[in-house]
Design a protein around this ligand. Structure first.
Ligand code: IPD
Length: 276
């Protein structure tokens, strides 16, 4: 079996370098543009950081392919193939970045034969580096991570997001999902504004579950393997196998908690990432 440790170490080193660009722009005024909705934002720093990451990786691994949030937004075709592929979100939590709400992350996943080999989530302001390699465990700043193992939904802290969708069906589905969870009752519902960092909370055991509808593959590809390697469970919101292109995910401390959430939440329709 191929060993991708060299790629993982390279990914970590460029995530740290790119983080300096994010941090130096964090307190500054930003020129903001809208993408798919008034709550889907992009700044010059998102685009710049993605270019820095892709050109560094391309120099070192010229045969590798890329799926990058801002490249796709600029019209690049999104296709996950069997080739080694880097899936990049240069700033996960762009709304946070614009408002200086201190949770923003660089998210990098690496797939071969469409299977994720490693994931890196660097929470820049917190200076927290989450990473995991297939079969090698998950780590936060070098310390092993373990999901809580919680089995009882009524004892869970659940993280979710109200994403960029603002149409009636999406809003009523998102709010009624939260209402149904609160009725279990769960201990609490939280949202940090970055899918990648939200999901890593399940890997730390600080949260017991996370679910989200409407995010994209670059938001969650890296954190999914981090949760799995920390002993957690990742699945689709309909209870089927996790599919990073489906735009639906549940990550949980145990299969029991993931199944319970899948039973009560509903998804609103959204186009798959790999469909035009
Ligand atoms: C967004 C964040 C947010 C989530 C959205 C994502 P971006 O990513 O992860 O938490 O609710 O669905 O699109 O645009 O900041 O990279």
């Amino acid at each position: 079996m191929a060993d991708w440790t060299d790629c993982l170490n390279f990914g970590i080193s460029i995530a740290k370098q790119a983080s300096e660009v994010v941090l130096s722009a964090f307190q500054q005024h930003k020129e903001v543009k809208l993408k798919s909705s008034p709550a889907d934002l992009v700044t010059e720093t998102d685009q710049r950081v993605e270019k820095i990451l892709i050109s560094a990786i391309r120099n070192r691994y010229p045969q590798h392919r890329f799926i990058g949030e801002e490249s796709v937004a600029a019209g690049e075709h999104l296709e996950l193939t069997d080739s080694p592929t880097w899936i990049i979100d240069p700033i996960d939590g762009t709304v946070n970045f614009v408002h200086r709400f201190p949770f923003v992350a660089i998210s990098i996943a690496f797939t071969v034969n469409r299977q994720t080999q490693f994931g890196i989530v660097y929470s820049c302001v917190e200076d927290k580096l989450f990473y995991a390699q297939r079969g090698g465990g998950a780590f936060l700043n070098g310390e092993p991570l373990h999901a809580s193992g919680q089995q009882d939904i009524s004892r869970c802290v659940v993280v979710t997001e109200i994403g960029a969708e603002r149409d009636d069906v999406a809003l009523s589905t998102m709010t009624s999902n939260i209402r149904r969870l609160l009725q279990f009752p769960v201990h609490g519902v939280r949202a940090l504004g970055t899918a990648a960092v939200d999901m890593c909370q399940v890997a730390t055991g600080g949260a017991d579950a996370y679910y989200h509808i409407g995010m994209h593959c670059w938001d969650i590809a890296a954190s999914a393997i981090i949760v799995q390697e920390a002993g957690g469970v990742v699945m689709d919101t309909d209870g089927s196998e996790f599919d990073m292109m489906s735009r639906r995910v549940i990550a949980a401390s145990s299969a029991a908690v993931a199944d319970r959430i899948a039973q009560v939440i509903q998804a609103f329709p959204c186009c798959r990432d790999d469909e035009d």
